[in-house]
Design a protein around this ligand. Structure first.
Ligand SMILES: Nc1ncnc2c1ncn2[C@@H]1O[C@H](COP(=O)(O)OP(=O)(O)OP(=O)(O)O)[C@@H](O)[C@H]1O
Ligand SMILES: [Mg+2]
Length: 261
């Protein structure tokens, strides 16, 4: 379980997070919503340790991130897969190199380990057929083509999947997605949502999804948290979100949802 208690963060004179309290229960998919600039990405960066809070506590599996040694923080980070906003692939690198980069950076150079992890994660995100043990030639043919592609050879939806595949390397327990469907058409967005839901079920990962996309929320969220003015203004399940009378939340939903849900 991940728990945030009273997280505060300012950049210069601007206070972005003003005391965030949030619980992300193990095994659930939690969506975080809020206006652009409300601090969603900043919040995520606190959970993965990329930013340090001015005040407050981040607890992961009961451990305070602040209290961890360098080595402990390192192994904690391995439990977490992070899909960056915009996928953030390296354009000059192949799909294979993009996917295994964290392993290589952590000193894994064994070719067969890297190749088999790339096969596994690219299959998990649906860019390759289901992985079987029999080394099917069809699978290997598709893998050989995909692994050498560059991001510019891929569609937007495929690039997002590669970004997710990279986050799945090392079999994380938690996976965080920053705006996974932004910039995709509705059909592709739905496919990405389905993949997020499938991964949560199949790999039993706890997911945190930052999104503007109300369709995504209704598709995949067990819990929803909405950030307004630096605090969590609403937290609850989708029926509670639909039922709330909070004018800030109702207004947000009205702006972002074209059709009534
Ligand atoms: N490293 C930084 N230095 C200074 N200001 C920052 C930094 N990172 C974020 N901010 C500011 O913090 C605020 C929140 O940014 P953040 O990226 O978290 O918004 P967001 O909710 O993710 O928005 P979007 O939906 O557009 O992605 C913004 O005003 C942003 O300019
Ligand atoms: Mg953001």
């Amino acid at each position: 379980m991940i728990e945030l208690r009273g997280i505060r963060k300012s950049f210069g004179a601007k206070e972005v997070l003003k005391g965030i309290d949030l619980v992300i229960p193990t095994g659930s998919t939690t969506c975080v919503i809020g206006k652009s600039g409300s601090g969603k990405s900043v919040l995520l960066k606190h959970i993965v340790g990329l930013l340090k809070a001015d005040a407050g506590t981040v607890l992961i599996d009961g451990r305070d991130l602040e209290s961890l040694s360098h080595a402990e923080l390192f192994s904690m980070r391995k439990k977490i897969g992070y899909v960056f906003q915009g996928a953030a692939l390296f354009d000059s690198m192949t799909v294979f190199d993009n996917v295994v980069i964290s392993l290589v950076e952590h000193g894994v150079h064994d070719r067969s380990i890297l190749e088999s992890e790339a096969r596994r994660v690219l299959s998990s995100v649906g860019l390759l057929p289901e992985l079987t043990d029999d080394g099917s030639t069809a699978f290997e043919r598709e893998y050989a083509i995909l692994r050498n592609k560059k991001p510019s050879d891929l569609s937007g939806g495929m690039r997002k999947r590669v970004g997710v595949a990279r986050a799945l390397v090392g079999q994380p327990e938690y996976i965080f997605y920053d705006e996974p469907t932004t910039g995709l058409d509705p059909v592709t967005s739905q496919q990405i949502d389905d993949m997020i839901g499938d991964l949560a079920r199949k790999l039993q990962v706890t997911s945190l999804v930052i999104t503007h996309d109300m369709f995504s929320i209704f598709n995949i969220a067990d819990n929803v948290a909405m950030i307004v003015d630096g605090v969590v203004r609403f937290q609850g399940d989708v029926p509670a979100l639909r039922a709330t009378n909070d004018p800030e939340v109702v207004d947000f939903l009205a702006r972002y949802v074209a059709e009534g849900f």
